[in-house]
Write a protein that binds this ligand. Structure first.
Ligand code: GAR
Length: 193
């Protein structure tokens, strides 16, 4: 049985797209399906891209909503899609304890979460002239990028000429790495029954 993914986005959605392409005709093809792409922003560019790919989409705007009430509404919505795995892909909100208890959730972060958490991971690497950064995929708890690390992949930043260059190198790695780790998690779940 294919594992059902619920992907949560807030913006551009390039990681969501990379996963969707791998589900359509790549390493996730016989392993996973996308049950829904959810956004807390109705104008998130990634939502439009998801629709163009024919994916199911859903929106609940988070603007001015209290966290626990908003997350309760989102959890009720997502539960209807019966996801095996909730995949955060540029979902820029901390989740409530009640939400994280209900699902298995993973996130991708553009830096080593032991060194940098929150927004601006590539800017941090660029401003500190780091020779490398570590893309991190981790389980999600109720903290800001504090969940258990699943896997990390190093990105060589030597000779980077701009923040855009750093970001380009990092995203190229993110787009492959996230699907690889999602595949491993889905396959592992199968072993566990
Ligand atoms: C990605 O670089 C992701 O690692 C980062 O946001 C970007 C989303 O891009 N996430 C975080 O910083 C989480 N703390 P995308 O919308 O094009 O996938």
């Amino acid at each position: 049985m294919k594992k059902r993914l619920a992907i949560m986005i807030s913006g551009r959605g390039s990681n969501m797209l990379a996963i969707a392409k791998n589900v359509q005709a790549g390493i996730l093809q016989n392993i996973a399906e996308i049950a829904v792409v959810f956004s807390n922003k109705k104008n998130a560019p990634g939502l439009q891209k998801a629709k163009e790919m024919g994916l199911e989409t859903a929106v609940i705007p988070s603007y001015k909503k209290q966290r626990s009430q908003f997350d309760k509404e989102v959890a009720e919505l997502l539960q209807q899609y019966k996801p095996n795995l909730v995949v955060l892909a540029g979902y820029m909100r901390v989740l409530s304890p009640e939400f994280v208890e209900k699902f298995k959730i993973v996130n991708i972060h553009p830096a080593d979460t032991k060194q940098h958490r929150g927004l601006g991971g590539y800017k941090w690497a660029w401003q500190n002239k780091l020779p490398q950064t570590k893309i991190t995929v981790h389980y999600v708890d109720a903290g800001l990028d504090t969940g258990k690390i699943i896997a990390q992949k190093t990105v060589n930043l030597q000779g980077a000429t701009s923040l855009a260059d750093v970001e380009k190198r990092g995203l190229a790695v993110e787009h492959e790495f996230y699907s690889e780790i999602i595949k491993q998690i889905c396959e592992h779940e199968d072993k566990d029954g």
